[in-house]
Design a protein around this ligand. Structure first.
Ligand code: AHM
Ligand code: MG
Length: 335
């Protein structure tokens, strides 16, 4: 019997076979995303040897400095997805406006949103970074260009989402609604091999994760909820790359939070290509994700680069955190 772990593509093909009406278009799409992540992984691992460290010398639409690797990762995803023929529209952290693609016969069923290289501030110091993506079904008419309406959909309309972490190993995690599955890159084969089947977020965990340097700017209810969490039973872990903090939370449980604060009244993280795909994955794996008042997957983006506060993690811990956010009596604990 073959004891070799399944590759990512074998896994997706096996899932598609459960749906006799499937055309194979989803496999083509995921093959393109997997390939792009492997190319990005290779460059991230060798960045110091080439000319890919440092800044690209421009700012993106959000006014942030663009790193050379941000640009490389974005170009890789755009080219690979466009060439696959499976997409009608692309939205990226690095693109001011969406890419709208012309129709091709029998293809272009999907619209993809992505943060090509999450954790930009960690690139040059060899700390884990990653890619986050979400996949929507096309909404616009099939005989024209893809449109913004294909991208501006809530997380509850995602048909798949995932991320890759370029860390001590490269791990690719995805869900298409049939569980959350993780694959580890075997560099000798160049293949993503199934290493974490059916991931479930533990109902609670012993980590909390936030940038407590922002504490003074947090609203009172966030400060007092975090103060309640700092009761000696939990350890602080904060990488500063959302994708790496989310992956640890997915496997070990606990809470991750990036709330709104005085300087960032809408929060920092982007709804469409950071928060929503992760929220979809966490809910698929039994976890929970909210903005403090509502489920992230119910939020409908008005624009490509909308931001949101994010509370993400173990179902029980996030429920407890939400309860503390509304707990008036604990007001004094935050001072
Ligand atoms: P990026 O997509 O430009 O890298 O920005 C988002 C990052 C997240 O990965 C991370 O959670 C957060 O910003 C860290 O922000 P801070 O340095 O304010 O803690
Ligand atoms: Mg990011």
């Amino acid at each position: 019997m073959d004891q070799r772990p399944m590759t990512l593509i074998e896994h997706i093909e096996a899932s598609e076979r459960r749906f006799p009406e499937a055309t194979g278009a989803f496999t083509v799409l995921m093959q393109a995303i997997g390939l792009a992540c492997k190319i990005i992984s290779r460059e991230v691992n060798q960045a110091g040897l080439g000319k890919l460290l440092g800044l690209a010398g421009r700012r993106n639409v959000q006014g942030e400095q663009v790193a050379r690797l941000d640009e490389f990762a974005n170009d890789t995803l755009v080219r690979t997805l466009t060439r696959s023929g499976s997409v009608c529209a692309l939205g990226s952290e690095e693109l001011a406006v969406p890419i709208r693609l012309p129709p091709t016969p029998d293809t272009g069923h999907y619209a993809v949103v992505f943060d090509p290289l999450d954790g930009s501030s960690n690139i040059d110091v060899a700390v884990s970074v990653g890619t986050i993506f979400g996949v929507f079904r096309r909404r616009s008419p099939r005989n024209g260009l893809g449109g913004v309406e294909d991208l501006l959909q809530p997380g509850s309309s995602l048909c798949a989402a995932g991320y890759a972490v370029y860390g001590s190993s490269t791990v690719f995690v995805y869900s298409a609604g049939l569980g959350v599955h993780g694959f580890t890159l075997d560099p000798s084969l160049g293949e993503l091999l199934l290493s974490h089947p059916d991931i479930r977020v533990p109902p609670s965990g012993s980590y909390y994760s936030c940038n407590s340097g922002n504490r003074k700017a947090w609203p009172d209810n966030v400060r007092r909820a975090v103060a309640r969490f700092e009761d000696g039973s939990r350890s602080l872990r904060y990488v500063g790359s959302l994708v790496a903090d989310a992956h640890r939370t997915m496997l070990c449980g606990g809470v991750f939070l990036y709330p709104a604060d005085r300087g960032k009244p809408e929060g920092k993280l982007r709804l469409l290509y950071e928060a929503a795909p992760l929220a979809y994955l966490f809910e698929q794996a039994g976890g929970r994700a909210s903005d403090g008042t509502m489920r992230i997957v119910d939020k409908v983006p008005r624009q490509l680069h909308d931001r949101t506060p994010l509370f993400l993690g173990s179902a029980d811990d996030i429920a407890e955190f939400e309860r503390l956010l509304g707990d008036e009596e604990a007001r004094d604990d935050a001072s």
